[in-house]
Design a protein around this ligand. Structure first.
Ligand SMILES: NC(=O)c1ccc[n+]([C@@H]2O[C@H](COP(=O)([O-])OP(=O)(O)OC[C@H]3O[C@@H](n4cnc5c(N)ncnc54)[C@H](O)[C@@H]3O)[C@@H](O)[C@H]2O)c1
Length: 361
């Protein structure tokens, strides 16, 4: 088992993230132990509950089941979770436990952050994306009619339990979607932690088959490496005012494609991979990296067998990029590669970007 510590110094807040592949009975016991004699409710993703209700046989009257899908991360369900907690008479020292992917973690975490101005919160992520990204760092939120994740908070959990056995039932699309974010960490490793000696890019390059086959030991190492990088970033920049921006590598283009396709046609991870390829092209054109590094990165991506997405024309996606949450003034911000496993932030005006990408495809 790996135990990683998150230490948010600005708030004197510290908590552990446990990563293992132990039997689910062990995980259940640890959750119960963590709650001690306190009261709790468990917010479960519906599909995960169907798959794992035997292993996690919490009292039925403590369980809130959230239907499947991104659209469920809404005001209505947020209020329902709060009402459920109130009906169970939860007090501030009690617990909300989230078992599911990023959707459940985000909405249950936001409910926890506002219930009596903040109640204990336990994350049990069950997707690869939630294990390596959304359960780490304390961003919790719900979606609105005006956009995704627009109402939320920075609220750190009491503990995160990552068990790689959950990955066995994850379908290939969801798994490869999470893998898109994992691959991203490989390209930004040194910017997250300049002292990191893991060499995640090399690990991704050499262990592709084991990773695609969800080999338990390999996945434990891989997830630990990614979580460690995210911890470094979050510890330095909890509220996304600086360093945390590098996690957006590949995301400026990815978000535009997701909007263009109404979030339906491709998974988030597929779009991130396409966004990384876009960033590599842009970086070559700006002479930030040479073709050799671009080929190395493209080779690694290719090993993971993502199908190329439809090529969009710049007149479609650039206007969307200007509306990105991270755009500033007249400029579109990109995180671009600058050298091996390192990235930097670059701003482009719209005409400049049109000129650079005109023959991009
Ligand atoms: N808070 C953050 O920092 C942060 C970061 C990235 C993404 N997010 C959010 O995370 C959400 C996406 O998370 P996600 O990709 O985990 O989506 P998700 O929670 O919708 O889960 C994806 C699918 O996998 C299924 N599933 C979950 N665990 C399973 C398992 N073990 N076996 C079989 N099926 C399983 C779910 O039922 C669902 O259909 C988005 O709402 C996004 O905004 C948050």
């Amino acid at each position: 088992m790996n135990t990683l510590e998150v230490n948010i110094k600005s708030r004197a807040k510290q908590y552990p993230i446990y990563i293992d592949n132990a039997d689910f009975s062990v995980l259940r016991r640890k959750i119960i132990q963590e709650c001690g004699d306190k009261n709790y409710i468990v917010v479960f993703n519906q599909k995960v509950y169907k798959l794992y209700s035997k292993e996690f046989d919490f009292p039925k009257d403590r369980i809130f089941i959230l239907k499947d899908g991104e659209k469920e991360k809404n005001y209505k369900n947020y209020l329902k979770i709060l009402d459920f907690a109130l009906s169970k008479k939860l007090k501030r020292e009690d617990y909300i436990i989230a078992i599911g992917g990023g959707v459940v973690g985000d909405i249950a975490g936001f409910a926890a952050s506002t219930y009596m101005r903040g109640i204990n919160f336990i994350q049990v992520p069950t997707t690869l994306l939630a294990m390596t990204d959304s359960s780490v760092g304390g961003k919790v939120a719900i979606n609105t009619n005006y956009g995704k994740n627009l109402v939320g908070a920075f609220y750190q959990p009491k503990v995160v339990f990552i068990n790689t056995n959950f990955l066995k039932t994850l379908d290939v699309n969801q798994y490869k979607s999470g893998l898109g974010e994992v691959i991203k960490y490989g390209f930004i490793e040194k910017s997250c932690d300049e002292d990191s000696e893991f060499d995640l890019l090399n690990f991704l390059n050499e262990n592709c088959e084991k990773i695609l086959n969800k080999d338990s030991y390999t996945m434990e190492r891989l997830i630990s490496a990614c979580v460690q990088l995210k911890i470094k970033v979050v510890e330095n920049d909890e509220k996304e005012s600086g360093l945390r921006k590098i996690l957006n590598y590949g995301h400026t283009y990815a978000h535009a494609v997701e909007k263009l396709t109404n979030y339906r046609k491709y998974t988030h991870g597929e779009c991130v991979i396409e966004g990384i390829k876009f960033a590599l092209n842009l970086a070559v054109k700006k002479n930030l990296i040479d073709k050799e590094y671009q080929f190395l990165c493209s080779d690694i991506i290719q090993k993971y067998e993502y199908k190329p997405l439809k090529a969009f024309v710049s007149s479609k996606y650039i206007p969307i990029m200007t509306t990105d949450k991270k755009a500033t003034g007249d400029c579109i911000n990109f995180i671009l590669p600058v050298q091996y496993a390192q990235v930097g932030e670059y701003k482009f005006t719209v005409p400049e970007l049109f000129e650079l990408v005109s023959d991009n495809k």
